[in-house]
Write a protein that binds this ligand. Sequence first.
Ligand code: ZN
Length: 343
Amino acid sequence: MSTRNHATSFTENANRALLDELNWDDVQAFQDAARGFIASLDAPVITDSNGRAVWDLDAYPFLAEETAPPSVNPSLWRQSRLNALYHGLFKVTDGIYQIRGFDLSVMSIIESDNGYVVVDPLISAPTARAGMELAYKYLGRKPIVAVIYTHSHIDHWGGVKGVIDEADVNAGKVKVIAPEHFLEHAISENVIAGNVMTRRASYMYGNLLPKDPQGQVGAGLGQTTSTGQVTLIDPTDDITTTGQTLVVDGLEIVFQLTPGTEAPAEMNFLFPRYRALCMAENCTHNMHNLYTLRRAGARCQGLGALRQRGHRDVCGPLRRDLRLASLADLGRRSRSRLSQEAA
Ligand SMILES: [Zn+2]
């Protein structure tokens, strides 16, 4: 067993300095995180078919404490409380729902005429399946007509077989929509470089450390990475140009390609019916991969392109305030303008 040391005085001082620097009275993020809550699992623990826990939010009871201990950066503590305490099924706006806190990433569920379009089915099949079952329980059981992968990172597609069957895709019943070159990047990053990526993830997320204030506290984007079976179904529909539009079960989706931004293959898209824009992972509510050892590019490249296309009401707030991560934000801030421009 390795020895565990307390934080050094250098670390504690740096953490304490942040307490003076930031505005801790601003609790808007907590109000945002609670908005639209519908339901969650009684115990936020998800197991695979062998009964092994692949996701366990119960492992973070220490985050009930409001104030960060000296060993933890207070911003990380706050962010981890937001991620760990607000989980389950949320209503974003009419017709748009999200599963949050069931994995590192968020899965969105959009109502089409007769079914659902699922965006980004998490990292592994058990967590995506548990999220979809929760959605069925409260929103009603309807067929999934399409899955959209926003980009090539594994936390946006690895759970796909937890929500749809490959046989249904092959039979033409379900579309799988992705930005062009998705498959080559998904495979090169997660299969060819898979071992390296897994090791990098262990260092990046600390997912092998004990979960406590001297170990793993949170991973920023979410609490940690789920450890269930990773799956992949090849896309049936590639998005190859900005402005490309698909109508899936009556639901219009307008796409904007953003290659070389947060991922080598990535895209934003608009649902005119709901006046809602999905920004993939080009915007997040956290300090996400500003400069990693992989080729994660500048966060704002895609936003510049959006501005050029005339969506100034979207880009203005984005440039001023990189809080925008969710459909909800953009829906709130730019509804009228977006619907005019999407028409
Ligand atoms: Zn990503």
